[in-house]
Design a protein around this ligand. Sequence first.
Ligand code: LLP
Length: 392
Amino acid sequence: MASTIFTSRKLAAKLAAKYGTPIYVYNLRGLEARAKQLLEACSIAGCLPRYAIKANPHERILKLFARLGLGFDASSEYEGELAVSIGIAPQKINLSSQQPPKDLEKILQSRVEFTATSLHQLELVAQTGWQGNIGVRINPGIGAGGTNRTATGGVSASFGIWHEYIPKILRWQKRSGCQIVRLHIHIGSGYDPKIWHSSINTALSLVEQLPSVTILNMGGGFKVARMPDETEAGMAKIIRSFNIALKDFRRRTDRDLRLEIEPGTWLVANNGLILSRVVDIVDTGKNGFQFIKLDTGMNDFLRPAMYGAQHEIEVLNQATSKKHYVVVGHNCESGDILTPEPGNPELIRPRLLNMAGIGDLVAIGGAGAYGASMRVAGYNSFPSAAEVFVDE
Ligand code: LLP
């Protein structure tokens, strides 16, 4: 895999001199290439790719993806409003949120495509008296995630309507006068690509129970390789397997389905990094650890502290010798660790890095997704890292 640290030492120094640190740096050219790669992969199946705004709602990224022809997945009415406010057509947005929108009737009238994620949300739709096409998110009873905290399907997940309640959904449809045209499932994020081949069959077995469905949205969750030992989901291979399954479904049922997916991570993760600076180096004695303290932390980037997520870290100096360091953030919080044990934020895992000095620049890769969008903003009253774009 290519390094996720896409800035040279020279460019990093120039950016730090111009903007200070810490900053998020996004690679416009990489974002465009990724979106085009996705559109190409999806074209073989006539699949509509939607960008999951929650991964990174930065307006420049939304505008770029809109210009390139992607649709959008909004996880709250606020993401939907943001997209519409920057000129994205409502009908390009599918809204499926855990929290019922405050003004549901306005959304239903606005041509945003609404997907109900609970029986209660279906009731709220019926109460508006609105009659039109609608989606339902179903919990298919299976879940998978790169970590146990990123699985969003199965008996311990609250996302979507439990699959055994499909008869209730059909009764609601008759009563409401609405037409359920979209089945939406999303079983988790960052999981083993092999699982996709079984999840499509599970999804199609649910579609069979909903005769009015013409659109199957397989959600997001496509894994990227943030570390050299990780494997990326082969998007073209997955879409091809979806396409084969849909063709088989059409042969069996004479029903044509339009396919949608909604990646977030796969599009933006490795086109974003954090550029920070070493503010201190401490140790805990000859049998202890060497700690690098950065001028960033969980108030900008939570993934390592939350999941034990692994990200490439590079000390951008010309040191020829290396040392094992624990890299920590600047928050007064013992969990503000950037080198946790893989998958276990409770433990630390020292990382072999260039010998560091106070003032050195340090880059953290794979931070384009769920970085700025998922930070503990304002913790210890630190200002949030600014977000800048380069065209690498
Ligand atoms: N669609 C739905 C309905 C979702 O809930 C999500 C993510 C996506 C699409 C996009 O999934 P992606 O392709 O980005 O994996 N904070 C975690 C990821 C949680 C994602 C939650 N839902 C992380 O940092 O890995």
